[in-house]
Design a protein around this ligand. Structure first.
Ligand SMILES: [Zn+2]
Length: 192
């Protein structure tokens, strides 16, 4: 059973104290993942186990016990993601082009990079970041790339002093006094 309630997925998972325990959870995750057929990764909290274990299965099945990203590129790439916990939903996310991961059940560092000819490398690189995010209670929606909104025009404070003019006379007064005059159309903000 895969958890689909966002509240439950926002829990930060606890470290696993024994690698063996982590590997057992990993085996369970790979089994669940195979049953979904279309999934390429799964985190323990998606099946209700709030422990820091996740699996990725893009090129080969990979279990990660207490994984952490120890290095990441400055550069990001855009990726259209889905998640087994949110069937049918897709989000455009920004993911690091390369990451270096350490995990308690792997000696040395694991490197993932989207910078290759093989599209599976990009999948794996994004997937590993997606799964590690899950362990921190972060979902793909938190990584969505959104277009920058246009900057709202500067708001004038009620007590801010402004200069207005009607073409002959110039006044300097607080905005709360100036605003009705400006809105009447007879006066306008003096430009400096
Ligand atoms: Zn997911």
């Amino acid at each position: 059973m895969i958890i689909t309630e966002i509240k439950k997925l926002q829990t930060i998972c606890e470290r696993v104290s024994l690698v063996e325990e982590g590997e057992e959870i990993g085996a369970q995750l790979l089994k669940e993942l195979t049953e979904t057929k279309q999934g390429i990764g799964l985190a323990a909290n998606q099946i209700g186990i709030n422990k820091r274990v996740c699996v990725v299965n893009v090129k080969e099945p990979l279990v990660l016990v207490n994984p952490r990203i120890v290095e990441k590129s400055e550069e990001q790439f855009m990726f259209a993601e889905g998640c087994l916990s949110f069937p049918g939903k897709h989000v455009r996310t920004g993911r690091y082009t390369s990451v270096t991961v350490e995990a308690d059940n792997h000696e040395g560092k694991l490197k993932f990079s989207a910078d290759s000819e093989d599209i599976n490398d990009a999948f794996e690189c994004a997937c590993v970041q997606h799964e590690i995010d899950h362990l921190d209670g972060i979902t793909m929606f938190d990584r969505a790339m959104i277009a920058q909104p246009h900057r709202a025009p500067e708001k004038i404070g009620r007590n801010e002093r402004v200069t207005i003019t009607d073409g002959k006379e110039t006044k300097e007064l607080k905005w709360k006094k100036a605003q009705p005059l400006v809105e009447s159309g007879d006066w306008e903000m003096a430009s400096v």
